[in-house]
Design a protein around this ligand. Structure first.
Ligand SMILES: [Zn+2]
Length: 377
């Protein structure tokens, strides 16, 4: 197997090519041009939003996509209390989250004067079932294809937020993606919508959004909301540890290892192993290895998962693959699987409790798949 000698990504990883020196395109920064263009656009929209006066067309200056996590809580507080924006806080309540969004936001709701909207739509399950049950995709694939179910889920509720903002004459949408997520998200409303059409086709897209998207696609540019990525615009200032400390001081945040756990996480790993022969977090792991190779003192945890230096990513991935396939096919001993998974997650800096919690969710994989109508074998 050919692997990038810097970040260990495999030659067959979607969107990855490895040159004669054994270095991949992400490590060579072939994506730099696209990044710079994105950053320029994102910075301009951020400036425009922070300098804009009150929205003349309605009671809200912006819609902020609020998950209840540290990043969006920090920005909600900042835009309401520092910039004095009239914020509509929009939360999509995902049926796959172990702790529901409504519980996450109750603390903040009492303390920050914003309008809180919680949206939900069972069609998200149809979207997931469709993606998971697709036949094995054609190779070589493109960047992020191994995360297609996860990306599609996020696109679905971002598009619902876009529709909400458009229908309520709200000119800006705040999306609190961290600086590393900019590559995973289009920065323009029409591009996000078009990309969903490309993935699901016209018939399914119209079904999922009840024909509303087509109207949006043909609406004049001036009516469409613009997306603001504050953490990308302020990327040099992004410091997760400081954000958590500030929020705790204001009584706006209680951290819990379970709060953002997705019950589909084991199936997401099954999907990426089965279709692309890699674990779900492979790009995150390689991004960590890349950062360490550039800066030996690098130890900041700007990733959703920590990869301690002692971890051998390839070995970890091999062990996870073996266990995931055994569970998926109903082979092997569940107790042995649980112990092995707890050991793996603890090596990724998880506490004993968190590691066991995630390990048990893997043991439930077949039940979750059956409930969702997702085929595994
Ligand atoms: Zn690389």
């Amino acid at each position: 197997m050919v692997r990038c000698k810097v970040c260990s990504l495999n030659a067959g990883h979607p969107g990855i090519s490895i040159d004669d020196d054994g270095v991949c395109n992400l490590c060579r920064l072939d994506v730099a041009v696209e990044l710079v263009e994105n950053f320029t656009y994102v910075s301009r929209v951020y400036e425009e939003f922070t300098n804009s006066g009150p929205n003349q067309r309605g009671p809200h200056d912006c819609l902020l996509m609020y998950s209840g996590g540290k990043d969006s809580t920090y920005m909600l507080d900042k835009f309401v209390n520092e910039y004095h924006k009239r914020v509509l806080s929009y939360t999509f309540d995902l049926p796959f989250e172990s702790v529901h969004a409504a519980a996450n936001i109750s603390l903040v709701r009492e303390k920050i004067p914003a309008t809180f909207v919680i949206d939900t739509d069972e069609r998200i399950k149809d979207v997931m079932r469709e993606v998971f049950n697709r036949p094995t995709p054609a190779k070589p694939g493109k960047y992020l294809d191994e995360k297609l179910p996860c990306v599609s889920c996020r696109s679905f509720f971002v598009i619902r937020a876009i529709l909400y903002a458009w229908q309520h004459d709200i000119p800006y949408i705040i999306l609190c993606a961290d600086p590393q997520q900019i590559l995973t998200m289009e920065s323009n409303v029409r591009k996000i919508v078009k990309s969903f059409y490309r993935t699901f086709g016209r018939t399914l897209t119209d079904e999922y959004f009840q024909g509303e998207l087509e109207r949006l696609l043909f609406a004049p540019e001036s009516e469409l909301p613009k997306i603001v990525f504050p953490f990308v615009a302020l990327r040099d200032e992004y410091d997760p540890d400081r954000i958590v400390a500030e929020l705790k001081e204001k009584g706006l945040y209680r951290s819990s290892p379970y709060e953002t756990h997705c019950t589909l996480f084991p199936l997401l790993n099954y999907y990426s192993f089965k279709n692309w022969d890699c674990m779900f977090y492979k790009l995150n792991a390689s991004s960590y290895l890349r950062a360490v190779s550039r800066n030996k003192d690098y130890d900041r945890s700007t990733y959703s998962v920590r990869f301690p230096r002692s971890v051998d990513v390839t070995e970890l991935e091999d062990r996870l693959r073996a266990i995931v396939f055994e569970i998926a096919t109903g082979e092997g001993d569940p107790d042995a699987h649980e112990d092995a998974l707890v050991d793996l997650f603890k090596r990724l800096d998880a506490t004993e409790d968190a590691a066991r919690y995630v390990a048990r969710s893997f043991l439930d994989m077949r039940t979750v798949a059956a409930d969702m109508g997702i085929r595994i074998d």
